[in-house]
Design a protein around this ligand. Structure first.
Ligand SMILES: *Cc1c(COP(=O)(O)O)cnc(C)c1O
Length: 411
């Protein structure tokens, strides 16, 4: 076989040019330099329709004006203050988040993993310091994703994120999703919390069944276990409600946010019910960058914009249209096994790996990502128009049909 000088695991790097970065990402051979709304441009001037959204981050589209203006105003005033001072913007951002759902107390951080880490720490500390109980164990589910810190990768129900990082911290158990008996068997005197996503996003866009969630909630109540919902990807309107657990009518004890919370500014948050507030006393948990004036202003502007434009409702409507179009156009494709999702997180499960289709899609000027090996994941921004949805659907239909033709010609 002839050796090409393109590294297939890392297609953009040729042997002539060595990056100074760790090779932690298999980067696409595209360098994006500008974005507005649903569209991004690369350094060659090529324009792409963005159904990737920085992986559910730029939910209001690229460079949304109201958020941009608020961030600019704050840049002129003050960037950073230590959390040892009063930060009015942080107080306001916390009140706004609390008013959107069942969370009463908010801790700001900078990422999803940190928000989950805070949730795990809060659950343990509540049991150990407030209740005086030796509870520390966190139960999570197979196919889940909770982050890349040592605790959150241990919580994650996917072997690939743990590979080479032994020994893992103690106090975590993982059980299959929708298996009540396995969950019951995992619960013991040391169980502190059950942590779960409402849509297992990285794990392949699997929606939690309402009946199972009801069982989980009942078990938590009976056994004095806290329920933590990881809303890092599903929160902030992505599923058509502010938080995905609101579709189920439940109130988790703790839930976490990040990705879409600040339109692309790095920020995360952990929210908990009132009775958990006292578990974090001064000095028990902290971060340098969480909830700075810049981060908080961006969160405030993101929420204000979402409220003014009624975005959760818009997501619901756009999501229904997207799902209907995909179902109509792809129902007869034998390679498509399932189309599922909620709001504007939608997966197309195929009968084989879809990684190649992501690259083919880029050649047709559509950006999207996978969710596990066989699922195409669409994450458009909340202002996405029907016309843009039509364009993306037409491209993905073409990609799938071309794939099927190729498969047929090879067999
Ligand atoms: C992305 C993600 C995380 C991790 O967030 P980071 O900001 O990358 O640390 C955790 N949980 C879920 C559900 C996610 O989608």
């Amino acid at each position: 076989m002839v050796q090409s000088n393109i590294d297939m695991a890392n297609p953009q790097t040729t042997t002539e040019e060595k990056s100074a970065l760790f090779p932690t990402y298999a980067r696409f051979p595209i360098s994006l330099v500008k974005g507005k709304g649903s569209w991004v441009w690369d350094d060659q001037g090529t324009k792409y329709l963005d159904f990737f959204s920085g992986l559910a981050v730029t939910s209001l589209g690229h460079a949304p004006d109201k958020v941009k203006n608020k961030l600019k105003d704050q840049l002129d005033e003050l960037w950073h203050v230590s959390n040892l001072f009063q930060i009015p913007q942080q107080e306001q951002a916390a009140k706004m988040l609390a008013n959107l759902g069942c969370g009463d107390a908010v801790f700001f951080c900078n990422s999803g993993a940190e928000a989950n880490e805070a949730a795990i720490k809060l659950a343990r500390r509540y049991h150990q310091k407030v209740k005086g109980q030796d509870r520390y164990e966190i139960i999570t589910f197979e196919q889940s994703f909770h982050g890349r810190t040592l605790a959150t990768l241990t919580a994650t129900g996917q072997a690939k994120v743990k590979d080479g990082f032994l020994p893992l911290p103690e106090g975590f158990k993982t059980v299959p999703l929708h298996d009540v008996n396995a969950l019951k068997a995992a619960i013991g005197p040391h169980t502190a919390a059950i942590m779960m996503e409402m849509v297992l996003a990285e794990g392949g866009i699997h929606l939690v069944e309402p009946a199972f969630l009801q069982e989980v909630q009942q078990l938590c109540e009976q056994e004095g276990i806290l329920l933590i919902v990881d809303e890092v990807q599903t929160g902030m309107g992505r599923t058509g409600k502010w938080f995905a657990h609101q579709h189920y009518g439940i109130e988790p004890d703790i839930f976490t946010l990040a990705k879409g919370i600040a339109s692309g500014f790095p920020a995360g948050a952990m929210l908990a019910k009132e009775y958990l507030r006292e578990a974090f006393s001064p000095g028990s948990h902290a971060t340098t960058f969480g909830g700075t004036p810049l981060a908080s202003s961006t969160i405030i502007a993101t929420i204000e914009t979402m409220q003014e434009d009624n975005l959760p409702q818009r997501v619901q409507e756009a999501g229904e249209y997207l799902m209907a179009q995909l179902t109509e156009k792809l129902a007869s494709e034998p390679w498509v096994k399932d189309i599922r999702g909620r709001g504007l997180i939608v997966g197309i499960e195929c009968d084989g790996p879809v990684g190649e289709l992501v690259l083919q899609g880029q050649k047709k000027n559509l950006l999207f990502v996978t969710a596990g090996p066989n699922v195409i994941r669409f994450l458009p921004n909340f202002y996405v128009t029907h016309e843009e949805i039509d364009q993306a659907v037409a491209i993905v239909v073409q990609l799938i049909q071309e794939h099927s033709i190729k498969e047929a010609s090879q067999s």
